[in-house]
Design a protein around this ligand. Structure first.
Ligand SMILES: Cc1cc2nc3c(=O)[nH]c(=O)nc-3n(C[C@H](O)[C@H](O)[C@H](O)COP(=O)(O)OP(=O)(O)OC[C@H]3O[C@@H](n4cnc5c(N)ncnc54)[C@H](O)[C@@H]3O)c2cc1C
Length: 671
């Protein structure tokens, strides 16, 4: 491993930059800077650079994702395979749940994936469920964001063309030409899941073949972001096709730590190059857009002096603007995993050794979404309060495997037992969405190296009333003879047995007023010019579902808002200078399909054998290349020569040094 003499390099670089200031400013200035290349960031990087009229820089903590994330869902489910593939030294988080007994607090550095750091973000580690919020929920986002406006953005994201049965007539309410492939049903469904659907029907819920097109109470199998059984994520759908555009630069290994503010104007971003531990500044001519997710977008605002005044002062940060809602108003659905022992073969057993005692794996089952079916309805409490509404606020999700309460919300082993697993059971997650209990993301110090703290408050009395109704209905379904299991008494279903899910919304929520929201309806940070937030953190309404569809659609709309505000037709000079991150196309062609994996590893390969296989072969290769045309290069070189004759030598030394460091960084990160 090459030695990175960072201090010497930093001194050289500072001299160089100071002497060639004009040239540097030109090169490290972009029209738009997008911070965070997760679900939202991939959409924005693509759409903002699409016309070629604007230069775009995307900063992200880690690089392109390992190929495993394009395979069948279970292979990349870190909760199941006990492999923390998305962790890096860049970011971690502490989660506290004062009202939850089994696991009151823990850290994702020890326990698993959320939120993923690779390009593609949390869309990589998702279960591939694609469930949109109810139209009433979207209408409550506020003017301009209702179902009517958002429906076309959902359609812009979606591509159901290849997978809807019976031709387009029966496709339902989906787009058919977007970048994200949607399948109405996953490639694999466990037999117990069909029995769950039968049991829910016996309890009076109608079955639907499409939980997105039909909005009412129902039971059914969730649509998925899968393509023939392989997971589709935001990196492949949005960013990969944009890589190679001369006006888009992607910098990974870049952790944004501060915004560059000039009074009430945001002018750029200071980031830590995790490769060299150097701090760099990049400037934005037009806007900075934060897409770092519900934990790290508020963190970046806070570290920049934009947050609750008292909290900023407590950690010794200068207050740039008192924004009390930064990090507040976090909503996450709460759930409890009720389980029934069964003699039948569950998903855990189908994974083979060492997860279960069974030596034979059943590879088809690795395409399971784990949360294979759901039953939903509106609670009595909600019906009393809002008689005319139809949205469900209780969801019962079925999993054909065991989940112990001690594994919620996010520990390595979903099953919560040592391997090989002893308990053979199926689970119903009793989930309530619109809880009065909220949460917050807070920041214990001013140092970007210290983890933020996520706190989910305990259930209120009103929440507990809802929770009891959810548990009661789940018990009725779970005890049905169609399923035939024996209820397991392990504390699940009790008031202190409800955990938050591993997704969040609202920590930079949108709204009218800077006192109780962070961004306005055009996603601009209240009181600060040229700064927006566009990711899951701005969603102001709770939902029983995870947020990928909403995040993708809102990022599509955010791109339209940003471009609408900057209608400019002349290509910026820096476009011609932008360096380009290239991703070898052969990596894109690597076959992750189940058919291929079975050919290589055998018809009964265990889940872990497949995980080992996809983890080891060659990593995605990266190369950087200069896209600068000869004229621009010549002008830059002349300017540098005129400024300081030895600058070229310094530049060469720095480039060599960076290459040595980059080699280190590109060592396989998938440990
Ligand atoms: C385990 C898990 C399973 C899920 N399953 C599903 C599912 O099945 N269906 C569904 O609809 N939703 C699911 N979700 C939720 C969904 O993935 C998220 O709602 C969505 O990805 C959020 O998108 P985002 O852009 O807001 O943030 P993210 O996708 O989390 O992206 C944030 C990005 O910002 C980067 N970043 C953070 N801080 C910085 C910084 N300071 N500097 C530079 N870069 C930074 C990170 O590296 C990351 O790439 C799941 C989430 C998790 C965690």
């Amino acid at each position: 491993m090459a030695t990175c003499n960072v201090d010497v390099l930093r001194a050289l670089l500072i001299t160089f930059l100071a002497l060639s200031g004009a040239a540097h400013e030109e090169e490290d200035t972009y029209d738009f800077i997008v911070v965070g290349g997760g679900a939202a960031g991939c959409v924005l990087a693509n759409r903002l650079s699409e016309s070629g009229k604007h230069s775009v820089l995307l900063l992200n903590v880690a690089g392109p994702p390992p190929d495993a994330y394009r395979g069948p869902v279970l292979i990349s489910d870190e909760l199941i395979v006990k492999k923390n593939m998305s962790s890096s030294s860049g970011l971690s988080v502490q989660i506290n749940q004062p009202g939850y007994s089994p696991v009151r607090n823990f850290s994702v550095t020890e326990t698993g994936s959320s939120p993923a750091r690779w390009l593609g973000g949390s869309s990589l580690v998702g279960l591939s469920l694609y469930l949109r919020d109810h139209p009433e929920t979207l209408d409550a986002w506020g003017t301009g964001w209702g179902w009517k406006e958002m429906q076309k953005y959902f359609h812009k994201v979606e591509n159901l063309a290849a997978s809807c049965y019976g031709g387009n007539q029966s496709c339902g309410d989906y787009g058919t030409a977007g970048p994200v492939k949607i399948a109405k049903e996953p490639s694999y469904t466990h037999p117990l899941t069909m029995d769950f659907i039968a049991a829910a029907r016996a309890e009076g819920l109608p079955e639907t073949r499409d939980l997105n097109t039909h909005h009412g109470r129902a039971v059914g199998v969730p649509p998925t972001v899968q393509d023939k059984g392989n997971k589709v994520h935001a990196f492949d759908a949005y960013l990969r096709p944009a890589i190679g555009r001369a006006n888009l630069q992607v910098r990974h290994g870049a952790r944004a730590d501060r915004l560059v503010l000039n009074g009430r104007k945001c002018e750029g971003v200071a980031y830590r190059d995790l490769l060299t531990s150097r701090d760099q500044v990049v400037k934005a001519r037009k806007e900075v857009i934060l897409s770092s997710g519900y934990i790290y977008s508020p963190r970046l605002l806070f570290l920049s002096g934009l947050g609750p005044k008292e909290d900023l002062e407590n950690v010794g940060l200068k207050v740039a603007l008192d924004l009390p809602a930064v990090g507040q108003h976090l909503t996450s659905a709460r759930y409890s995993p009720l389980t029934w022992k069964t003699e039948r073969q569950t998903l855990s057993q189908m994974m083979g050794q060492p997860i279960s005692h069974d030596a034979r794996g059943i590879p088809e089952a690795y395409q399971s979404t784990v949360q294979e079916a759901l039953a939903r309805f509106r609670s009595k409490q909600a019906s009393r309060k809002e008689a005319g509404s139809t949205r469900s606020d209780i969801v019962l999700t079925f999993m054909p495997l065991y989940q112990a309460p001690a594994s919620a919300p996010l520990q390595f082993s979903l099953q919560g037992e040592p391997w090989p697993l002893k308990t053979n059971a199926y689970t119903i997650l009793a989930t309530i969405s619109e809880t009065a209990a909220k949460g917050r993301v807070t920041f214990p110090t001013a140092a970007p190296d210290v983890s933020p703290v996520v706190t989910h408050d305990a259930l209120t009395d009103a929440d507990w009333e809802l929770a009891q109704e959810a548990v009661e209905f789940a018990m009725r379904i779970g005890n049905q003879s169609a399923l035939g299991g024996a209820f397991l008494r392990n504390g699940a279903g009790a008031r202190d047995g409800f955990s938050a899910i591993y997704d969040g919304r609202g920590s930079c929520r949108m709204g009218k007023d800077g006192k109780d929201s962070v961004v306005d309806k055009r996603l601009r940070v209240h009181g600060i010019d040229f700064l927006r937030v566009a990711d899951g953190s701005v969603i102001p309404q709770a939902s029983p579902y995870l947020a990928l569809p909403e995040v993708l659609a809102l990022a599509e709309r955010a791109a339209d808002l940003v471009l609408g505000d900057h209608e400019e037709h002349e290509m910026s000079k820096s476009v011609k200078r932008a360096r380009v991150l290239l991703i070898a196309q052969k990596a894109a062609d690597r076959d992750m399909s189940l058919r291929h994996l079975k050919e290589v590893l055998g018809q009964h390969a265990t889940l872990i054998e497949m995980v080992e296989y996809v983890s080891n072969p060659a990593q995605v290769e990266l190369a950087t290349a200069s896209a600068a045309p000869p004229t621009a290069l010549a002008i830059t070189a002349l300017a540098m020569l005129a400024l300081f004759p030895s600058s070229l030598i310094l530049a060469w030394q720095i480039k060599r040094h960076q290459e040595a460091c980059r080699e280190d960084y590109q060592e396989p990160l998938l440990a």
